[in-house]
Design a binder for this molecule. Structure first.
Ligand code: S5P
Length: 278
């Protein structure tokens, strides 16, 4: 069994040196929430309204800032204010996947200046370790953290087997900046010999493809329940998008609030059962 499965989130703070990883674990414990809401809407007003409603129930808000049609930098200021008001961290789901020099520019510059406001971001391991070198040259001095996409939730994903193992090796070699994975199960010790001392490693696992009422969508997404993800697969944070704000971009605030509360409760119950304190 993975050694960190039974530890509380607050006990695990000591296993991490990266400030973004520590802050996320502390936020999870303080708010009793392992829920990350993915706010994939295209209008500023919808984006801010959903975050205002779900803020109290989440540890983390995940963004795709490039899908917002009426984006301007004041949105970032408002997002930062909401993150202080409701005490959550920010994760721009940018999925960097280019050479080191290019990803460093994409992360620091351009319209979005992601590194200046996003506590956590992610990258595909496909370019090899240079993607980490590039991103850490920008993010590490700012105390940011990186997740590698070791697996994906979609049907037919190519991120399996030796690709996933290589992702874990890349993370292991860059523990100061790589805080964990986007994956569907725990990755600790993957690819290491049984009993290896290196297997004593605590990576955060953030897991998308979570839904209580649907099994998937018409474009290859696949959903599992918070219980399957947190209790059975040992993941740390559930990432939920449309399960919370529905098909109408969260037009009904009470429905959004109810779903956020429901997913928070389900995720936390599964965690308590996992650590044996329910
Ligand atoms: O494997 C993945 C990785 C990610 S980051 N599968 C995913 O679905 N995601 C993201 O999680 C995806 O980009 C989207 O923002 C979110 C899932 O949204 P939902 O509406 O299907 O819950």
């Amino acid at each position: 069994m993975a050694p960190f499965l039974k530890q509380t989130y607050s006990q695990r703070v000591a296993n991490h040196s990266n400030p973004a990883a520590k802050a996320l674990l502390e936020t999870i414990e303080r708010k009793r929430s392992n829920l990350c809401v993915s706010v994939d809407v295209t209008k500023k007003a919808d984006f801010l309204r959903i975050i205002e409603i779900v803020g109290p129930y989440v540890c983390l808000v995940k963004t795709h800032v490039d899908i917002i049609e009426d984006f301007d930098f004041s949105l970032v200021e408002q997002l930062k204010e909401l993150s202080v008001k409701h005490d959550f961290q920010i994760f721009e789901d940018r999925k960097f996947a280019d050479i080191g020099n290019t990803v460093a520019l994409q992360y620091s510059s351009g319209v979005y200046k992601i590194a200046s406001w996003s506590h956590i971001t992610n990258a595909h391991p496909v370019p090899g370790p240079s993607v980490i070198t590039g991103l850490s040259s920008v993010g590490l001095p700012l105390g940011r953290g990186l997740l590698l996409l070791a697996e994906m939730s979609t049907k037919g994903s190519l991120a399996t087997g030796s690709y996933t193992e290589e992702a874990v090796r890349m993370a292991r070699a860059n523990r100061d900046f790589v805080v964990g994975f986007i994956a569907q199960r725990r990755m600790d010790g993957l690819g290491l010999a049984e009993g290896s001392s290196e297997a004593n490693e605590d990576f955060l696992v953030l897991t998308p493809g979570v839904g209580l009422d649907a099994k998937g969508d018409s474009m290859g997404q696949q959903y599992r329940t918070p219980r399957e993800v947190v209790l059975e697969s040992g993941c740390d944070v559930i990432i939920v998008g449309r399960g919370i704000y529905g098909k109408d971009n969260g037009a009904n605030p009470e429905a959004v609030r109810e779903q956020a509360e429901r997913y928070r409760a389900e995720g936390w119950k599964a965690y308590q059962e996992r650590i044996g304190s329910d």
